[in-house]
Design a protein around this ligand. Structure first.
Ligand code: PBG
Length: 333
């Protein structure tokens, strides 16, 4: 009888040895927690297509931030839902210093000065057409360069309010370079840019658009977000963003685009972030609600897949839940 001289099961034999040889690990410091904020007081309203995830008013969001910090999370990404009266075609309200975003940044930084506060930069919450940019109504087109100008104003108002990083999610050409230049010219030399580099035109953003009431009023976002059929184009976008001055690159969505995460993490020396988007969260929640999948296990498996693919940073609606598990099981890590 012949025996295998390589017994692969030895390294899997106990939890101790599995932990010893594990190639990747999750840590609460890896996570950026997205937060949805709306105007008003005392609000904590569950997003129907994102069970267990809420939109807060500025007073109630403070308690949520406190919980995030308590489980070791050090970064949040802010999104706001503005009323229809704040929306037009130019996104003018996006840079208003008294806007909900700017007020939220000031309030959160005042209470949590060490927390990294990042902000979404795109016009969709302020656009009467629900698009990330300004619409040329006659042509039915999203105009690039005018949009970039509006995004620069918007981002400047965020950093002026105290945001540490901006995260442009709009996919207009040249916006990273324009933001970097504007930050340099205005003395914001310590502000970070998390570039949504490879952001695909995905059906997985549906629940998010419910959360912010920001679905496009006409057409789709395929003339600016990337075609899911393309892989190399993701690298093309990443090289551009890096050369224009990005500090971190992002792939979005996550699970369906792990090949792009792998490519980008090998091609760039910048940290790569991945966004596990609302639809990914919704799919896991829905299957768990039906009793078809174990939510806790799937959550951790989905997150570790991002690390294995090469991501350093993970934006996820599971940030708090996963961190709770991690600090309970690895309290001193
Ligand atoms: C807005 C924006 C979107 C998301 C992040 N920023 C939606 C979109 O592009 O339509 C999606 C996040 C998610 O689905 O969790 N530009």
């Amino acid at each position: 009888m012949s025996f295998p001289n390589q017994r692969k099961r030895i390294n899997r034999a106990s939890s101790a040895v599995r932990n010893l040889v594990a190639e990747t690990a999750l840590h609460p410091h890896d996570f950026i927690a997205p937060l949805f904020i709306e105007d008003g007081e005392g609000i904590k309203s569950e997003i129907p297509s994102m069970p267990g995830y809420f939109r807060y008013s500025l007073d109630t969001v403070m308690g949520e931030v406190e919980e995030l910090v308590a489980v070791g999370i050090q970064s949040v990404l802010l999104f706001v839902k503005e009323g229809d009266d704040k929306k037009d075609n130019t996104g003018a309200y996006a840079s208003n210093p008294e806007g909900l975003m700017q007020r939220s940044i000031r309030a959160i930084k005042a209470k949590f000065p060490d927390l990294l506060v990042m902000t979404d930069v795109a016009l969709d919450p302020y656009s009467s057409y629900g698009h990330d940019g300004i619409v040329d109504v006659e042509k039915g087109e999203i105009v690039n360069d005018e949009t970039v100008e509006a995004l620069v104003k918007m981002a400047l108002s965020h950093v002026e309010a105290g945001a540490d990083w901006v995260a442009p999610s709009d996919m207009m050409d040249g916006r990273i370079g324009a933001l970097r230049q504007a930050f340099n010219e205005h003395g914001y030399t310590h502000k970070g840019i998390l570039a949504y580099s490879a952001k695909y035109a995905s059906a997985l953003y549906g629940p998010f658009r419910d959360a912010l009431d920001s679905a496009p009023g006409f057409g789709d976002k395929k003339t600016y977000q990337m075609d899911p059929r393309n892989r190399k184009e993701g690298l093309d976008e990443a090289y551009l963003d890096e050369s224009e001055g990005a500090d971190m690159l992002m792939v979005k969505p996550g699970s369906f685009y792990l090949d792009v995460v792998r490519d980008m993490s090998e091609a760039s020396n910048l940290p790569v972030a991945v966004y596990q988007v609302s639809g990914e969260y919704a799919m896991i929640k829905a299957a768990a609600e039906k009793g078809w999948l174990n939510e806790h296990d799937i959550m951790l498996e989905s997150l570790i897949a991002f690390k294995r693919a090469g991501a350093k940073v993970i934006l996820t609606y599971f940030a708090k839940e996963a961190s709770k598990h991690l600090i309970k099981n690895y309290p001193n890590s």
